[in-house]
Design a protein around this ligand. Structure first.
Ligand code: PMP
Length: 398
């Protein structure tokens, strides 16, 4: 039965981790997969998370199923984080949130919901985008198109081309936006550009789907929600797929959420019953532990302020590594302008390195970068900065 099955190609990002693990080079550096690392190169458990877990261990009374949409305390906490405490979306009950296994789970449920209820819709994703986006939407049979985003010459946002692309998207299609810390480029629209995009969305009548995987990694918890909240001033409907993998460091607990916003509470409630159907036939109901941690932290004054401090220190370390990388390359005699890297936000930068240069870094120096030239800045440390910049300088001379 299975003899005809061909092996699937390695995942372009997760496959890189396997190759890194098998590399015997003692000086190898992993700037591939999108996981935050501290100054020691570790992905630590946050103190706020450990303390929340201690509390939960004592409080937990049952391992019985959660409901399809997850725990109420978690769902409410998610909405406050997305919209802000007193937002009218919350007070008017225009949003419903389901806990999903990670941001990927949220995207997959959204994809199934869109395919079922807007079967003619095309999904539009930025060029470039996170490597998994296209595959997730195609896996439910949706058509996926791409809109202009990155300008390879300026290493910035090609806003004119972006507007021109989205002006072609018809009413009824769905456009995916990265809420902040665009993956892989690290380039986000400015507040004024978000405003223009929101106006365009309202004029064209397409549905925005916000993928919000890095809240707090760019400028701050509130600042990073600016784009999404600007849209909500202009459009009545939205889907939001958010993730707590990065900002709580809860990668393997699979904590995310899908939130749906409609024009009236009645519409939201009706649509949400269909979201729940997609979940029921997929994984039935979510895993509990990670969401209990997030709810415990966000609903405790003390744990929340500890978490905010820890989040700020992750954010600051990434900012610092960006500047240090740019400056160290300069001291190594690199004449190309890499200053754009210190302007980008979040964990990733599009380095502009070619696939050949990426391959050479891996072969000659044990430095792992995604083939597109995407660098995980969070993989840089004070210790590996010198050898990293020596290697980049060496390959740029060739
Ligand atoms: N969207 C984007 C843009 C991401 O970068 C990621 C994680 N790399 C996800 C979604 C998925 O997050 P999760 O690990 O929570 O599934």
């Amino acid at each position: 039965m299975f003899e005809h099955i061909q092996a699937a190609p390695a995942d372009p990002i997760l496959g890189l981790n396997d190759a890194f693990r098998n590399d015997l080079n003692p000086n190898k550096i992993n700037l591939g997969v999108g996981v935050y690392k501290d100054e020691q190169g570790a992905t630590p458990i946050l103190k706020s998370v450990k303390q929340a877990e201690e509390r939960l261990l004592n409080q937990e009374l049952t391992k019985s199923y959660l409901s399809i949409e997850g725990a109420p305390a978690y769902r409410q906490a998610v909405q406050k984080l997305l919209f802000g405490e007193e937002h009218n979306i919350i007070t008017k009950q225009l949003a419903q949130t389901a806990h999903t296994p990670g941001g990927t789970g949220a995207l997959r449920v959204a994809a199934e919901f869109i395919k079922k209820h807007l079967p003619e819709a095309t999904m539009w994703v930025s060029n470039p985008t996170w490597a998994n986006h296209q595959a997730v939407f195609q896996s439910v049979g949706l058509e996926v198109g791409s809109y202009a985003y990155y300008d390879a010459n300026t290493k910035g946002l090609d806003f004119e081309a972006l507007l021109a692309s989205l002006s072609q998207v018809p009413a009824g299609d769905v456009v995916l936006f990265h809420g902040c810390c665009h993956n892989p480029t690290g380039i986000d629209p400015t507040p004024e550009q978000w405003y223009q995009l929101a106006k365009l969305c309202s004029k064209q009548g397409f549905l925005p789907l916000f993928d919000f995987a890095y809240q707090g990694f760019g400028e701050g918890i509130e600042e990073d929600a600016k784009g999404l909240r600007t849209f909500l001033e202009h459009v009545p409907e939205m889907l939001i797929a958010n993730s707590f993998s990065k900002n709580f460091g809860l990668y393997n607990e699979r904590v995310g959420a899908l939130t749906i916003v409609c024009e009236t509470a009645e519409q939201t409630d009706a649509a949400f019953t269909q979201v729940k159907r997609c979940i029921r036939t997929n994984y039935s109901n979510p895993p509990s532990h990670g969401s209990a941690i997030v709810a415990e932290i966000l609903n405790s004054k003390e744990l929340r302020s500890l978490w905010e401090m820890e989040l700020k220190s992750m954010r600051s370390r990434i900012h610092e590594m960006r500047s240090l990388f740019v400056n160290t390359l300069r001291t190594k005699g690199v004449t190309q302008d890499f200053s754009f890297i210190s302007k980008q936000r979040g964990m990733f930068s599009f380095s502009g390195l070619t696939p050949d240069q990426v391959a050479q870094l891996r072969k000659d120096f044990g430095i792992y970068i995604v083939g597109s030239g995407r660098i995980n800045v969070a993989g840089m440390t004070h210790e590996n900065m010198e050898p990293l910049c020596d290697a980049v300088a060496a390959i740029l001379k060739n």
